[in-house]
Design a protein around this ligand. Structure first.
Ligand SMILES: [Zn+2]
Length: 231
């Protein structure tokens, strides 16, 4: 695995890249582990292939509880705010049903190349009142700039996602911060989201292993675990 481009420029972010590029491992529709790693630690950990203790022990297709067989790997580029990485994604095959699956780190969405931290930066700026056209103009990532249309598409998808997921997030926050000040008055979605992002920053510091976990990555993880729980 190689680091495609290293850019050590000091730039201002609400969430530093080093804090946000953390993730859980997700196999299609299945969470493998609840450990949090950075992109760098993923690369180090998987440098000689998938470690035995992280090999999937359940097939997401037929639900058989078997150790899946190694089935090669492919390369994938991941763009974070400051660096672009080429990582290996490992594949596994189930002996029972013959279907294969990939072991995906969830710092990016399945089939996407842009890391959550980039999208999270867009949302933070938007919540701070910056117009999308300005965000698109100023946001320089390891993949270069993105058009206003792309940034708008991310924002819309994430807001839709948050609308669905915020009800799951509230109990997690209130359990750990029972005395937190809750926004009252007419419900304004933008206000609720800003509140959720702020509260999450406090909550993640209280959950062991969640110190680096961005809200969007957590919601993504949560959605996948539910798919397992109810699948
Ligand atoms: Zn299977």
């Amino acid at each position: 695995m190689t680091i495609l481009k290293k850019d050590k420029r000091k730039r201002k972010h609400h969430w530093p890249a080093s804090l946000v590029s953390s993730f859980l491992l997700v196999i299609t529709n299945m969470i493998l582990t609840e450990e949090n790693w950075t992109v760098q630690s993923y690369i180090e950990l998987f440098v000689d292939g998938c470690p035995t203790h992280l090999r999937p022990t359940m097939c997401p297709h037929c639900q058989a509880e078997v150790m899946l067989h190694k089935h090669g790997s492919f390369k994938r580029t991941v763009y974070t705010l400051l660096e672009a990485f080429i990582i290996s994604i490992f594949r596994f095959k189930c002996n029972k049903c013959g279907k294969s699956t990939s072991l995906l780190p969830d710092f990016v969405m399945e089939h996407h190349q842009v890391a959550w931290e980039v999208k999270e930066e867009v949302i933070h700026q938007q919540l701070a009142g910056v117009a999308l056209v300005k965000i698109a103009e100023d946001l320089v990532t390891s993949a270069g700039k993105f058009s206003e249309k792309t940034v708008w598409r991310w924002s819309k998808a994430i807001r839709d996602e948050l609308r669905e997921s915020s009800s799951e997030l509230w109990p997690v926050i209130l359990e750990r911060l029972p005395h937190i000040e809750i926004p009252v008055g007419p419900s304004k979605p933008a206000r609720e989201w800003a509140w959720l992002f702020r509260a999450w920053e406090q909550v993640r510091s209280m959950i062991p292993g969640y110190g680096n976990l961005g809200l969007l990555a957590w919601l993504y993880h949560n959605k996948h675990s539910q798919a397992v729980a109810y699948g």
